[in-house]
Design a protein around this ligand. Structure first.
Ligand code: ACO
Ligand code: ZN
Length: 225
């Protein structure tokens, strides 16, 4: 059996009998008890994590037809910080990031996109930076199975000389069932507007750290339009 055939068969099995939960977005096999248990756990944890009760004096930095963007700063009340941390945990879990503490927790700005259904459906974590390394090579095509491992390893090649930058985006995430509605775009627009008082940052002044394939596709598109 060739490599290509194996790939096709594996991909086929993965989607056989799979369903997508309309609340938490998890893809699982309904007939499989193990999968169902795993889903039940994830479902509860996820919905609890994105639930947004709200608080007095929340810092609304943008409002839209389908929701609003809240900014959480390090000096904010415990319940606000707690929500930002809970969401970051979900995001890190999905991205497969190890629980690493930010370089400078006192400078972290968390932007939460809260839907009209009172759910956090988007999150962007920004921090001040001084320099960034531009990504040089395009990753191998994700369509070619042979290149797939390479592609998934985030093996981007970066320039060796740093360029000045001001705002580092260490995490950007949008709930899987709400993607391609411009939520990430609106989060980044808002960060550029709010990150430094009184100025609108250019796309050269922001940098995405360690982007995933999704993150790279979004960033490339965003920075060129
Ligand atoms: N494939 C191709 N193009 C894309 C993709 C994609 N997966 N995602 C965004 N784009 C491009 C499109 O051109 C899109 O415009 P269009 O829909 O009109 O064609 C444009 O970017 C704007 O996209 P948005 O709708 O604003 O992006 P979205 O709200 O879907 O969020 C994000 C994008 C955050 C990358 C989302 O896919 C996600 O959360 N993915 C999983 C988490 C992740 O990998 N995050 C990035 C980690 S890297 C980091 O945090 C620094
Ligand atoms: Zn679910």
């Amino acid at each position: 059996k060739g490599l290509k055939d194996q790939f096709v068969i594996d991909a086929g099995q993965k989607h056989f009998g799979a369903i997508v939960c309309k609340s938490c977005g998890m893809i699982y096999t309904a007939a499989n008890p193990e999968d169902e248990t795993q889903h039940a756990h994830y479902h509860q944890r996820f919905l609890e994590g994105i639930k947004y009760v709200g608080w007095k004096k929340e810092r609304i930095v943008a409002e839209f037809w389908d929701g609003k963007i809240i900014l959480v700063l390090p000096g904010d009340p415990k319940y606000a910080i707690r929500k930002a941390e809970d969401v970051r945990e979900l995001v890190d879990n999905e991205l497969g990031f190890k629980q690493v503490m930010p370089n400078c927790p006192s400078k972290i700005k968390t932007f939460l996109y809260v839907s009209d259904e009172k759910k956090v459906v988007g999150c962007l974590i920004a921090e001040p930076i001084k320099q960034a390394f531009r990504v040089l090579t395009e990753p191998a095509s994700p369509d070619s199975p042979k290149q797939r491992t390479f592609y998934n390893q985030r093996a981007w090649q970066c320039s060796s000389s740093p360029e000045p930058a001001l705002c580092g985006i260490s995490r950007i995430w949008v709930f899987s069932l709400m993607r391609r509605k411009g939520i990430a775009r609106r989060l980044v627009d808002t960060v550029r507007n709010c990150f430094m008082f009184g100025c609108f940052l250019s796309t050269n002044e922001i940098a995405f750290s360690d982007p995933t394939p999704d993150g790279k596709l979004f960033a490339t598109k965003y920075c060129n339009t």
